[in-house]
Design a protein around this ligand. Structure first.
Ligand SMILES: Cc1ncc(C[n+]2csc(CCOP(=O)(O)OP(=O)(O)O)c2C)c(N)n1
Length: 399
């Protein structure tokens, strides 16, 4: 096991003093440590490609390589700037990639990590990025880290250090920002699921939101056939929802999204906002954190999602939290009542003249919930594999 303080100390000794990345569960201790201790020399990026960009910019300005950290799920997001910016065939920019290896072959993991786990090393090999798996022994790992940083500098290219499950000794995030609301995310999800029409479709995002939606359905005795759980593909749930909404304009489609996921591919909101699909509702549960992987902050606490959504063309509905005089501590019953009201308003709006005849623009809806970080300790995971979820979902959509 490696103490993160020693690992970061070792990086600093060899000239790596700037860190950018997207949090990962396997790198939780490392992410927490740099969040707590590196101040302005640490940026939590919107996505992994952004982290590579930040590392490149730091090098251009200082002549010193930086470190970009990510879960291997984010390798795809990083590939473009790795190939077309940092590669020796282009600008030849040194940097260290620190990559959490979810789905390592032989290690049990969730289905969304299986494929990515199999190709993590070979993908880096294909990209020509020198890659090493950090050994468990601390001094050997630090030695290898030094060697790889020197290689990155000497050859002026990215190098990758891959981190297995359990490598870093536990370090708990100290500087957790205060919650932006006291409402539990699971209560807000329950309020939503209690109020939607029976045949409404749900597309939920990566992480705890999908897990809580799944368990809430079980608790409410509702089936799972209307739900598409986007267990991987972070940031794309709203595009999946839009694809469905466009193909089935009579179907009500609700996307349950996170702030981290929305920010990861914020451009998707511009496309959804301009889609003219009034059967689509985008609901963002903002806890200003990457809660599912350790609670590291997002910029969600500092930006106004409702204003952004409005500018991008959504019809922003008054959140059930605001219907209660801006009381951000409302409970599940109030949320369900508020949502029922919104659903009935949306239905009335649909009684209008066909598109354009009344001069009113057709817009997708947007609802924001401000919620607390954290989840139940005993929160489970979907029991059915993704392909069963897909089959049931498609069968429901075909009726
Ligand atoms: C491309 C990619 N990068 C990183 C991850 C790791 N990851 C899983 S969930 C999550 C945080 C999601 O945050 P948010 O959308 O705000 O939802 P919350 O967990 O806070 O409810 C992250 C970073 C991932 N699955 N995919």
């Amino acid at each position: 096991m490696i103490e993160v303080a020693k690992f970061v100390g070792c990086l600093k000794e060899v000239g790596i003093g700037f860190f950018a990345g997207v949090p990962d569960s396997l790198l939780k201790s490392f992410c927490a440590y740099v969040t707590d201790t590196c101040g302005e020399n640490h940026v939590i990026a919107a996505n992994e490609g952004g982290a590579v960009g930040l590392a490149a910019g730091h090098y251009l300005a200082t002549g010193k390589p930086a470190l970009a950290y990510m879960q291997n799920s984010g390798q795809g997001n990083a590939v473009n700037p790795l190939c077309s910016l940092a590669d020796p065939d282009v600008y030849s920019i040194p940097m260290v990639l620190l990559v959490g290896w979810r789905g390592e072959p032989g290690v049990k993991d969730e289905p969304q990590h299986v494929k990515q786990g199999k190709v993590t090393i070979s993908l880096f090999e294909t990209l020509g990025i020198p890659t090493e798996i950090l050994p468990e022994d601390e001094s050997a790992a630090l030695e290898l880290t030094r060697k790889m940083v020197e290689k990155s500098k000497a050859e002026s290219r990215p190098v990758a250090l891959v981190v297995r499950k359990g490598l870093f000794a536990e370090y708990k995030l100290q500087n957790k920002d205060a919650d932006i609301a006291s409402v539990r995310r699971e209560d807000a999800i329950e309020g939503v699921l209690r109020s939607l029409p029976e045949d409404a479709v749900i597309v939920s995002t990566t992480g705890m939101i999908s897990r809580e939606a799944y368990e809430t359905r079980e608790r409410l005795g509702q089936g799972h056939e209307c739900d598409f759980l986007t267990v991987g593909s972070m940031g794309h749930a709203i595009m999946i929802a839009l694809g469905i909404a466009k193909a089935q304009p009579k179907r009500k489609v609700y996307c349950l999204d996170g702030d981290g996921a929305s920010i990861m591919h914020l451009g998707n909101m511009a496309i959804a906002g301009q889609s003219g699909c009034e059967n689509l509702t985008h609901i963002v549960f903002n806890n200003a954190a990457h809660d599912s992987v350790g609670g590291q902050p997002t910029v969600g606490g500092k930006i106004d999602f409702e204003k952004i959504a409005e500018e991008l063309g959504y019809n922003v509905l008054q959140s059930p939290q605001d219907q209660y005089c801006g009381n951000i501590s409302v409970g599940v019953n109030e949320i369900a009542d508020g949502m029922k009201w919104l659903v009935s308003m949306a239905e009335q709006a649909e009684q209008r003249e066909p598109d354009g005849a009344d001069g009113l623009p057709r817009k997708p809806n947007f609802i924001l919930f401000k919620v607390a970080k954290g989840a139940r300790k005993d929160l489970g995971r979907p029991k059915e594999p993704p392909q069963v979820n897909k089959a049931l979902f498609m069968e429901m959509l075909s009726k």
